[in-house]
Design a protein around this ligand. Sequence first.
Ligand SMILES: [Ca+2]
Ligand SMILES: [Ca+2]
Ligand SMILES: [Ca+2]
Length: 182
Amino acid sequence: MLTSLQQQKLTRYFRVLDVDDDGRVARADYERVAENVRALYNAGKRSSHHRAIADGFLRQWEALRVAADTDGDGAVDLLEWLHYWDVVLADNALYLAEVAGLSERLLELFDTDDDGVLGADEFCNFFGIYGLKASLARQVFLDLDLDGDGAATRQELAGMVHEFYCSDDPAAPGNRLFGPLD
Ligand SMILES: [Ca+2]
Ligand SMILES: [Ca+2]
Ligand SMILES: [Ca+2]
């Protein structure tokens, strides 16, 4: 069973992924994010780099669709999404794969200066591809950067992701990984 804090956090995450704001997470949302990442990297529309980015996002979408679109209508609605996470968070192996995947993906996509950590500007890019404001990203980053060194390491990211999914402490900074809760 998801706690009410987990439901709030996962609902926030759902709203972030629903880039076109139609109340469902679907292929079109992932395509839009892939396009934003392409623009961020300034990759040409037909370049192999663009293909690799787009393919990566479409693979993610396919995996989510197969696992979470239980009524088979080609989109994941909020109830399907919450049910999916209820299952994943109750299964240690599934959970570990998700968490490792998310923090690795954040570094892989956004550590553009290749120093192995996410800086504030890189974190802003992460929010940016979902159409979220840089000012919000900076505020969240300050919050997450507990030791104040201006960088989020792989280990810190994994900790935030873990707090995001699992913490039941309303004050845990990782709760706001995808922005403030309503
Ligand atoms: Ca959508
Ligand atoms: Ca569905
Ligand atoms: Ca970096």
